[in-house]
Write a protein that binds this ligand. Structure first.
Ligand SMILES: [Zn+2]
Length: 161
């Protein structure tokens, strides 16, 4: 188990801190994240991402029956996910799951699962691995080249991006 590409394996921010870490720290498993004392997590639904009515990816939504917190996993069509997820991907209590859509990209690169806070900005890593800052207002990305929608409003829907 080395650096995984699953959402849970990534650091919370998109900074590149992990690069400088000594080898033994990298292989350490992250502590299991619990949303509440007694999590009852079940599958909740899916959001499909479509381009010209063709589904190119999806977001699986899981929900804790106790605290009602939602957890999301990004699925790119045709990419086999290695499910070595430890617990559920962590999200801050004041953040919401959303999909950020880049108008500049095509196909699978056009979207990304993100966590948005009500107001502020997010650091977003582009396909070219550049970190850009996007403004967020009322849980929505405000930008000429990017837009977003919340997962919680679109469970079991297909969204044309
Ligand atoms: Zn919970």
């Amino acid at each position: 188990m080395s650096d995984s590409d699953t959402p849970s394996g990534k650091p919370q921010s998109f900074t590149r801190k992990t690069l400088d870490k000594p080898e033994e720290e990298k292989v350490k498993a992250p502590p299991v994240y619990k949303c509440c004392d007694n999590p009852q997590i079940t599958y909740y639904g899916v959001v499909n991402l479509n381009i010209n009515e063709r589904t190119i990816g999806s977001v699986d939504v899981w929900r804790c029956g106790v605290c009602k917190k939602q957890f999301c996993e990004e699925k790119q069509l045709g990419i086999e996910e290695l499910t070595d997820v430890v617990g559920m991907p962590r999200i801050d209590s004041d953040a919401k799951w959303a999909v950020c859509v880049s108008k500049l990209q095509k196909g699978k690169d056009r979207w990304k699962l993100v966590k948005l806070k009500e107001n502020g900005e997010i650091k977003f890593e582009t396909v070219e691995e550049k970190i850009i800052t996007l403004k967020v207002e009322n849980f929505k990305i405000e930008d000429d080249q990017h837009w977003s929608f919340l997962i919680e409003d679109n469970v079991n829907k297909a969204i044309e991006i």
